[in-house]
Write a protein that binds this ligand. Structure first.
Ligand SMILES: Nc1ncnc2c1ncn2[C@@H]1O[C@H](COP(=O)(O)OP(=O)(O)O)[C@@H](O)[C@H]1O
Ligand SMILES: Cc1cn([C@H]2C[C@H](O)[C@@H](COP(=O)(O)OP(=O)(O)O)O2)c(=O)[nH]c1=O
Length: 222
């Protein structure tokens, strides 16, 4: 009797993905996070959404300190440490447990925000900043980072259209925001495998189409 062929079922494991969204204020991050969230809903992939600074009870208190215009004289190093403290708590309390449970994490800002805003914006030495981030986040690096590249005037117009009151960082001079925007593009060019840069000046349906094209291979089919 011929031996029966063994049936091998090839299970392709779908590993959870840590996706971060970056760009200057008002570039459209929340809008795209909602887009990816409803895509994952349709494909029945569990996910957790986070935002920084904040996302935990401790982090939301730190957010209050960081964004309050009353703290305009905040020291640059203090600013770095507060953003990083909020992030350390978020990683330990929310992001790592979510990834471990098999959920995706969709993060509104992460390490690159500190490198762009405090490194380029505040003109701080990037080396200690990077070392601090590595330590504080337990070396957790995103799988993909979506950078929404958008002009300062466009982003400002979008924010004022929704009657947004500027916070302490948004009140910074234009040159600061120019450095942040250029800094983000620099960071993306240093890590092209992780970054997906989208032209966020385009009308929203086009940005969404570009985003979907970039993520077609990453989001599992339903
Ligand atoms: N490509 C786009 N074109 C026009 N308006 C946009 C675009 N992307 C986002 N918006 C709008 O701009 C505003 C800011 O977007 P949002 O996603 O909240 O930005 P962020 O989270 O980066 O601050 C929202 O009212 C949103 O609907
Ligand atoms: C996470 C992070 C944010 N920021 C800034 C960017 C924003 O101006 C502000 C966060 O405010 P937020 O209201 O969350 O802005 P947005 O919705 O546009 O992301 O903090 C830093 O300067 N460094 C950081 O590490």
């Amino acid at each position: 009797m011929r031996p029966r062929p063994s049936i091998r079922v090839q299970m392709k494991p779908i590993s959870p993905k840590f996706v971060t969204f970056e760009g200057i204020d008002g570039c459209g991050k929340s809008t795209l996070i909602d887009e990816l969230a409803s895509w994952l809903d349709r494909t029945r992939v569990p996910y957790v959404k986070t935002r920084e600074p904040g996302g935990t009870s401790l982090g939301e208190k730190i957010r209050g300190l960081l964004l309050d215009p009353a703290h305009r004289g905040m020291n640059r190093q203090t600013e770095v440490l507060l953003y990083t403290a909020s992030r350390a708590q978020l990683v330990a309390e929310i992001i790592l447990p979510a990834l471990k449970s098999g959920a995706w994490v969709l993060a509104d800002r992460y390490i690159d925000a500190t490198l762009a805003y405090q490194g380029y914006g505040r003109e701080l030495d990037p080396d200690p900043l990077r070392r601090l981030q590595h330590w504080a986040t337990q070396a957790l690096v995103p799988d993909k980072t979506v950078l929404l590249d958008c002009g300062i005037d466009t982003a400002a117009a979008r924010m004022s259209a929704r009657n947004h009151r500027p916070d302490r960082i948004e009140m910074e001079e234009r040159a600061f925001h120019e450095r942040v925007k250029a800094g983000y593009l620099d960071l993306a060019s240093l890590d092209p495998g992780r970054f997906i840069v989208l032209d966020a000046e385009k009308p929203l349906p086009e940005v969404i189409a570009d985003f979907r094209a970039a993520f077609r291979e990453i989001v599992p089919a339903p």
